[in-house]
Design a protein around this ligand. Sequence first.
Ligand SMILES: Nc1ncnc2c1ncn2[C@@H]1O[C@H](COP(=O)(O)OP(=O)(O)OP(=O)(O)O)[C@@H](O)[C@H]1O
Ligand SMILES: [Mg+2]
Length: 280
Amino acid sequence: MVDDYNEKVKESMRQEERSVPFASDYRIVLETKDLKKQYMQGKVVVHALRGINMTVEKGELMSIRGPSGSGKSTLLNMIGALDRPTSGTIILEGQNIARMDKNQLAEVRQRIGFVFQYFNLIGRLSALENVQLPLSVRGMPGPERKAKAMEVLDLVGLSDRIKHKPSELSGGQQQRVSIARALTQEPSFLLMDEPTGNIDTKTRDSLLQLIKMVNHEKKITTIIITHDAAVAKITNRQVYIVDGLLYNTEDEAIQAEMNYKAIEGENGNGTERKMEAGLP
Ligand SMILES: Nc1ncnc2c1ncn2[C@@H]1O[C@H](COP(=O)(O)OP(=O)(O)OP(=O)(O)O)[C@@H](O)[C@H]1O
Ligand SMILES: [Mg+2]
């Protein structure tokens, strides 16, 4: 009985934690507060995120740049409900997702479309089947799901390639398929991790136009992680991560990177981490 009672108290505390009131401004759809993530590498603690505070408005198209190992993918994994932070809060459309259990996180992910550098398409399935997959998993009936998949494939300009398998498509086309797949569930957010990292410059530019168009037409809040200044340039807001901390201007980020390198040098750890995001 006492255990039952304790469980109930704990559950109500958990609920309270989850229902942190919506940010004061209703346009803010994502807010992180003092977000930290540590990993254990053997006996060493890696501080991947060291206190990220950021707010994102509905419909924004923003980019996050920073050197390799600075924490970009870790941040995306946290705000995309793929993993939980060590501490801090992540308020996604009014809910704190930082302490949710696996099932709750899976539900949150239904509202998020992911696009990764290596497309993550299933090789034996056609473009149409790949795009339908998230809808099949959700149990949507065949005809409805095909119609939805055709609609998004049309939006990304691939109506004439629906029967092609990934190996029969160019890199740019494969990435269009994965953007279409991310859009099938009409997500509130599109999270992209180096979406053009594996694509030549010319194809990149038309893909960027597509991302801009989708953001504009569908009003989907879009966050792109990139090393590439040309990618960041198409976004309306560019922020930077250096060594697990977020900076709102390039100057601040460059200064932080120089300080970081100086400390690394003092510690005799000469790891070269070039800030491709703008250092000369
Ligand atoms: N699962 C993990 N276990 C242990 N350490 C990890 C894990 N994932 C990431 N890290 C470490 O956390 C830090 C941040 O990694 P992260 O992948 O977020 O960097 P990134 O900015 O995305 O880098 P890149 O541009 O190379 O993709 C790195 O030092 C990395 O080694
Ligand atoms: Mg990464």
